[in-house]
Design a protein around this ligand. Structure first.
Ligand SMILES: Nc1nc2c(ncn2[C@@H]2O[C@H](COP(=O)(O)OP(=O)(O)O)[C@@H](O)[C@H]2O)c(=O)[nH]1
Ligand SMILES: [Mg+2]
Length: 691
């Protein structure tokens, strides 16, 4: 680990799945001599993709961490997943970085997922760089890809390099600042060449553009440039760094990760133009004692503070907690205070993460991304600090879930194991949610998408040896009534000696949506002894749990008990409870009962081309479009859609938009089911009961 904070670079790789992030990390590790062989994603032998679920899909599902030394600097690389299913982890791990390298596919261009990753980096105010990758592929086009990034991304992307050759023939790059051309051998080693004759003009004009752009970062330079003065390479490099760090612009470079072309120059740029932890503003947090805002600068001699970005759950090795140090210095073992959990913890060995392995670390200063094993209390999002200098940092929340499945055990007897094992997986994946729904008696597993849930089931099998089955969850329908009625509930039984007698009059009326249930005792005088009133209420509640239409819980009603009679000998608590229950059932049947269904509020983000299909599809799902908006080339649709129609939206949107559409949803409210749909639902419930 570098003791030198200014010599540290924490860089996240972000962008849509398949752009080449994992391959790029592999090339960097190889060039730095950290790994001896250049692995390939499709061969399943890269340093950053190693989990079984990643190897099976040849795609990252979880952020990988590694570090290497380059030009006397230490670079921590964070290889994030680009698939929306795993974006919550991407978002969390981006917090550990000081800068983000956005990887663009020179063939496929920008996808919505790339834009989302861009927004994540922007939210954290991170300086960014863009690499246009895969320039060796058929139909790769640097100019087209750059045009696209300049239309969409802000701060302004600026060209730093031009490719030499295209597609099959892509063999090197021209670095515009130095005016130097490089071609690469098969081992990623650069060799200087003359700028090819047919590129001279292009290089000249792009260099002028670049100088003009870079000068913008520095008023003094602009002035001198406009006066026609020649700026030195050193001045330009200093201004390039300044402009990148202040997010005035975003440098764009070109390369091929798998051919290892241009990657060494990119690594140089990460050192020269990306921030060290010292370049970041002090991090603000709150003092848990008084709640006021305090901050910590990246000072190795300051009080220790850090925040957790990721947790790995291993049934054998236990928990592995990955965190970023903000301030102070940590030894190789010791204790710390977890301010989020208000607990002291001890750790035995500080660890550096190198892909799937961990190595002992001697210590960690500001900016370090390190790990500890087997912590008891600490989870993702927690703040760790000195016992004597407490602070809590605000970390990002997991992304809200988008899809739910009912999860159950494949073999009988595994029910409890499914639940307890999934709870352990929640530790490493806070974007999963597990709920027991009393209304439907199901265990519901929710996550970011179908693939997210499927990989979770695979992990359950691999890590905990328990097999789960997924089903579409039952929709928690409810019932309510629409009319006001008054009825009598009378329970009278003469069975030899002691009889049973309970008698009450209730008024049943609707209440506003979401109001639940209210019981009013309006009995005046001594018509029926007060002592039995709670029993009538119990009867009403019990009966309302099984609605008259299809047995769903009945809500949003008010019951007023206004009359009744009793028998000195035969009346009992039980008899009045039964009377209350009968009264409710009778009243509900007369009060125009209807079904209610949960309605989700949905936000869909899509490229314009798919708008027509998406709107038509929403219509067929009984969706109501509430508004439309555009942001750049993206269209944003807000709609409300019944939950029952939206259970399988994730895969459907994926296929409608070729994976370019995104959506977010949350529960909004309950609403009446239209009559024709209600009939069907009631029919189905009856059928399933007959079975
Ligand atoms: N031809 C070519 N293929 C590449 C390049 N970079 C990545 N790939 C391939 O693209 C696929 C996706 O790469 P990967 O690194 O997993 O992308 P990620 O999802 O962004 O991590 C893999 O099959 C890689 O071998 C490149 O520069 N050129
Ligand atoms: Mg990857």
């Amino acid at each position: 680990m570098s003791e030198n904070v200014a010599g540290l670079r924490n860089i996240a790789l972000a962008g849509h799945s398949g752009g080449g992030k994992t391959s790029l990390a592999e090339a960097m590790l190889y060039n730095s001599g950290t790994i001896k062989r250049l692995g390939r994603v499709e061969d399943g032998n890269t340093a950053m993709d190693f989990e079984a679920e990643e190897l099976k899909r040849t795609s990252s599902i979880s952020s990988g961490f590694h570090q290497f030394d380059w030009k006397k600097h230490t670079i921590n690389i964070i290889d994030t997943p680009g698939d929306q299913n795993f974006f919550s982890d991407t978002l969390s791990c981006l917090q550990a970085a000081d800068g983000t390298l956005v990887v663009i596919d020179a063939v496929d261009g920008i996808k919505v997922q790339t834009e989302q990753a861009w927004e994540f980096a922007g939210n954290f105010q991170q300086p960014c760089m863009i690499v246009i990758n895969k320039l060796d592929r058929e139909r790769a086009d640097f100019a087209r890809a750059f045009k696209e990034v300049s239309e969409i991304f802000d701060p302004k992307p600026i060209i730093l390099q031009l490719p030499i050759g295209a597609e099959d023939d892509f063999k090197g790059v021209v670095d515009l600042i130095s005016g130097q051309a490089y071609v690469y051998n098969e081992d990623g080693k650069a060799q200087k060449i003359e700028i090819p004759a047919d590129m001279q003009d292009e290089v000249k004009s792009e260099k002028e553009n670049l100088i003009e752009n870079i000068a913008e970062a520095d008023d003094d330079l602009v002035e001198r440039y406009l006066e026609g003065e020649e700026l030195t390479e050193e001045e330009l490099r200093a201004a390039l760094r300044k402009g990148t760090l202040t997010r005035t612009f975003v440098p764009v470079v070109c390369g091929s990760a798998t051919q290892n072309i241009g990657i060494d120059l990119l690594m140089n740029l990460m050192v020269d133009s990306m921030p060290s932890p010292m370049d970041r503003e002090p991090r603000a947090g709150t003092d848990p004692a008084g709640g006021e805002e305090i901050e910590r600068a990246p000072d190795p001699d300051g009080p220790f503070s850090a925040f957790v970005v990721k947790t790995l759950a291993d049934p054998y090795a236990g928990r592995l907690t990955i965190f970023r140090v903000v301030s102070g210095t940590l030894g190789s073992d010791g204790t710390f205070y977890n301010a989020s959990k208000e607990a002291k913890e001890r750790f035995n060995q500080l660890l550096t993460i190198t892909g799937k392995e961990q190595k002992p670390a001697t210590g960690a200063g500001p900016g370090s991304i390190v790990a500890m094993a087997k912590l008891k209390e600490t989870l993702t999002g927690d703040t760790l600090c000195d016992d004597g200098a407490k602070i809590i940092y605000q970390c990002v929340d997991p992304l809200p879930s988008l899809i739910s499945f009912a999860i159950s055990a494949k073999s009988k007897g595994d029910e409890d194991k499914i639940y307890s094992s999934t709870v352990k997986l929640l530790e490493e994946d806070p974007s999963l949610k597990l709920d027991r729904i009393s209304e439907t008696k199901e265990i519901i597993l929710s996550g970011q998408g179908q693939i997210h849930i499927e990989t979770t089931v695979e992990k359950l099998k691999r890590k905990f040896n328990v097999e789960a089955v997924l089903n579409t969850p039952k929709v928690p329908y409810r019932e309510t009534i629409k009319k006001k009625v008054r009825v009598q509930g009378k329970h009278k039984k003469q069975t030899g000696g002691h009889g049973q007698f309970g008698d009450c009059w209730i008024q049943l009326e609707p209440m506003a949506r979401g109001k639940g249930f209210e019981f009013v005792d309006a009995i005046v005088g001594g018509v029926s002894p007060k002592a039995y009133m709670p029993d009538v209420e119990k009867g009403v509640i019990e009966s309302s749990q099984k609605g008259v239409l299809a047995g769903f819980v009945c809500v949003d009603f008010k019951v007023t008990l206004d009359d009744g009679s009793f028998h000195a000998v035969d009346s009992s608590e039980m008899a009045f409870k039964i009377a209350g229950s009968l009264a409710f059932k009778k009243a509900a049947e007369q009060a125009q009962p209807v079904l209610l269904e949960p309605i989700m509020s949905v936000t869909i983000t899509t490229p314009e081309d798919f708008m027509g299909d998406i709107m038509g599809d929403l219509n067929s799902r009984r969706g109501k479009v509430l508004g439309m908006d555009s942001a750049g080339r993206k269209q944003i649709i807000k709609a409300s859609v019944p939950m029952s129609e939206f259970l399988t939206y994730a895969p459907d949107l994926r296929s409608m938009t070729g994976g370019r559409g995104l959506y977010a949803m949350e529960f909004s409210h309950y609403d009446e089911v239209p009559a024709h749909a209600a009939e069907k639902i009631i029919e189905e419930v009856k059928k399933s009961k007959e079975k």
